[in-house]
Design a protein around this ligand. Structure first.
Ligand code: CA
Length: 226
């Protein structure tokens, strides 16, 4: 899952990123609104962590722009947004919530609360009531980051888990290799050209050949009845 952290306080941003990476998210950070617009136009993110007081403008304006622009395949306008700001008046919160943010946290924050709020927002965005994603006889626990397949607990590496998590968010849908790379690796991260194939191969070894379908030239899909 890709997260964009829009934050002009570099130290705060690295703390947030360290906490999110520990939870398996691939993160990018940008300190200003203009750069954030560019990134959001070019890349797909699963969630945005947004500061309000940015050097070149107001985070709420960026939020309104994000919510107002027409959705397209690569850049949907309904990407969940969690605001993390030092501004703590009710007016600040109302302005952000009414402009479409999904949650609002006031600095200083406990990183555990931020990651819990992010899980909740993503769960809501995916239409789930609990932290478990259930696909056929497979239960993916997004809180403990464990997978149970039938009666067996399956050990996955963090990348394998991240890949399964992305496929399971839209079971049955075909995701291209590019979409999977985009979901797993930050823009600054090095990606081996065959990384996705290797992780798919390993997932099949651990979960069985039929769990993930390959659609030649199109991509991969998790079987709904896996
Ligand atoms: Ca700031």
């Amino acid at each position: 899952m890709r997260v964009l952290v829009v934050e002009d306080d570099a130290d705060f941003a690295s703390g947030v990123i360290a906490a999110l990476e520990q939870d398996g998210y691939a993160c990018d950070t940008i300190p200003d609104a203009a750069g954030a617009r560019l990134m959001l136009e070019c890349e797909h993110f699963n969630l945005i962590v947004l500061d309000i007081g940015l050097a070149d403008g107001c985070g709420v304006e960026l939020l309104r722009w994000q919510r107002g622009r027409p959705p397209s395949g690569r850049t949907p306008d309904d990407v969940p947004v969690v605001v993390v700001s030092a501004r703590d008046t009710v007016e600040d919160r109302l302005a952000a919530l009414d402009s479409g943010c999904d949650d609002y946290l006031v600095k200083p924050i406990d990183k555990r609360e931020l990651t819990a709020r992010i899980r909740t927002v993503l769960r809501r965005a995916e239409g789930r009531g609990t932290s478990d994603i259930v696909v056929g006889s497979m239960i993916i626990d997004t809180l403990r980051r464990t997978v149970r397949f039938g009666d067996i607990n399956v050990e996955l590496s963090s990348r394998e888990f991240a890949l399964l998590r992305v496929l399971a968010a839209r079971p049955g849908s075909v995701l291209s290799k590019g979409q999977l790379e985009n979901a797993l690796y930050s823009a600054s991260g090095e990606v081996e050209s065959n990384a996705i194939e290797v992780h798919i191969h390993n997932l099949r070894k651990k979960l069985g050949e039929r769990v993930i379908r390959t659609l030649r030239g199109a991509g991969y899909a998790l079987r709904i009845d896996s």
